[in-house]
Design a protein around this ligand. Structure first.
Ligand code: PEP
Ligand code: CO
Length: 457
């Protein structure tokens, strides 16, 4: 890692200026002309989000930075084109809404809901190629790039998939917006959010008790005031994905000339984040992201030094703008206590406001004896508890959580109220990438964060 001071003025920046720098984790497209045509096509197509929405989220994040709100960011490790179905989208929305309700109730703060969705189609990989039985092919990099099957045809990066990804992202967010606008997220009707298969799970029972008490409180307040609480009738859902595939991000980067807000926006999403593997100060990703006005996330893990983080903060938020920067730390349960304090101090020294969010998933991935990727619920909860403790002891605010989860009844992470073991993993393991919390595990995490449930561990 080369720590260099970057002082390129913004006038040197344009949506493709990243192309002169080294871009890690990019696919190698055999047909460059076809890629250029796709970038040109996508540059003409309408955006998926608007700058108004992006600015609104930035204000919400600024509120969370001041300790006045809490961010819940969650969804799949990788979305797939196949799973772009109405059922999947509704289920993801339901789990985010249910978790946020529990958190609002327990934390007594507004919760900002951000889905890892509508564009989470590109994945970083540890190697560029994969070899099976003597055959070497490009690694699978997510549906935005290539297909997971192990044939040359599947694995050769195909630029048409960028367009298919854009379409799926737009379809997903369109459906989410329609559901939310149509009243699906109305706090008066939390029964809309129940997942059919859950039945009498312990998590569902506890959740319903919370809902009953919220409904009573709403009824009481509305009776006393004689008014309906319109503000509670709409819950915004924002979209986020890892800003990994720079041609995709570039193509939907638009100059918005709105008075007082003249700037470049990435309108594929509201909230792109920079992954652990692409945060090099002299790399193409940081070059691209410094030039856009969106709120940005940066993953921070073991290996990130104080100096590196301070430089990142300076390059990405040179004007100390509120709401601009979110640092998502992911150290693992064992390492967090050692690494987090120094980085909190380093960021304080920059004077930049940041939102600290804990990702208790990515530092806690392990393999079972038979090689299945999993995460242990106790470690996830332990990292979260340490995160709250460390921030509090340093007079810093932990303002959010970043989770890989699904409303589906999968068995990918072990532990939780039902005590899933390694032997249960084969039953319903669906993720092609990282293991996700299932409904019960996700609700249990929400209840722990909300302080409504104490651990047995
Ligand atoms: C992810 O969020 O899926 C991911 C790859 O995370 P990280 O960059 O923190 O490893
Ligand atoms: Co992941």
């Amino acid at each position: 890692m080369n720590i260099v001071s970057r002082s390129i003025p913004k006038s040197d920046w344009h949506p493709a200026s990243w192309q002169s720098l080294e871009a890690s984790q990019q696919a190698s497209y055999p047909d460059k002309a076809a890629l250029d045509r796709v970038v040109a096509d996508l540059s003409r197509l309408p955006p998926i989000t608007t700058s108004w929405e992006v600015d609104a989220l930035k204000e919400q994040i600024a509120k969370a930075q001041r300790g006045e709100a809490f961010v819940l960011q969650g969804g799949d490790c990788a979305e797939t084109f196949d799973e772009c179905t109405s059922e999947n989208i509704v289920d993801k929305l339901k789990i985010l809404l249910q978790m946020s309700l529990v958190m609002i109730y327990g934390l007594k703060k507004p919760v900002v809901r951000i889905g890892r969705m509508a564009g989470q189609y590109a994945k970083p990989r540890s190697a560029d190629t994969e070899t099976r039985e003597g055959t070497t092919l490009p690694s699978f990099r997510g549906d935005l790039v290539n297909r997971s099957g192990f044939t040359a045809d599947d694995r050769i990066p195909n630029p048409q998939m960028i367009l298919r990804g854009y379409e799926r992202a737009a379809l997903t967010l369109n459906f989410v917006r329609s559901l939310v606008d149509g009243g699906f997220a109305d706090l008066h009707h939390p029964e809309y959010w129940d997942l059919g298969w859950v039945g009498h799970s312990p998590a569902a029972d506890e959740y319903h008790a919370i809902v009953a008490s919220i409904s009573d409180a709403l009824d009481f307040l509305e009776t006393v005031s004689g008014e309906q609480f319109h503000l509670t009738q709409r819950a915004d859902i924002y979209a986020a994905h890892e800003g990994l595939h720079l041609h995709y991000e570039q193509s939907q980067t638009r100059y918005v000339g709105r008075k007082g807000r003249e700037n470049w926006y990435n309108l594929t999403t509201h909230f792109p984040w920079i992954g652990m593997r692409t945060a090099q100060l002299d790399g193409a990703h940081i070059e691209y992201f410094r030039g856009i006005a969106n709120p940005l996330g940066v993953k921070v893990g073991q290996g990130m030094t104080r100096e590196w983080l301070q430089q990142l903060v300076r390059v990405l938020n040179p004007n100390n703008e509120p709401g601009r920067l979110t640092l998502i730390h992911r150290f693992g349960a064992k390492a967090i206590e050692e690494h987090l304090p120094g980085l909190i101090t380093a960021v304080k020294e920059t004077g930049s406001p940041v939102l600290w969010v804990c990702d208790p998933m990515h530092g806690n991935t392990e393999s079972t004896a038979n090689g299945t990727k999993t995460r242990r619920f106790d470690k996830i909860v332990s990292e979260l508890e340490s995160a709250f403790r460390v921030h509090q002891s340093m007079n810093s605010y932990l303002g959010g959580v970043h989770l890989e989860l699904t409303g589906d009844n999968v068995t990918e992470c072990t532990g939780g109220a039902r005590g899933l073991t390694d032997a249960d993993l084969a039953r319903a393991y669906k993720s092609t990438v990282d293991p996700r919390l299932n409904y019960e595990q996700a609700m249990e995490v929400a209840m722990r964060i909300a302080g409504l449930k104490k651990g047995s561990s």
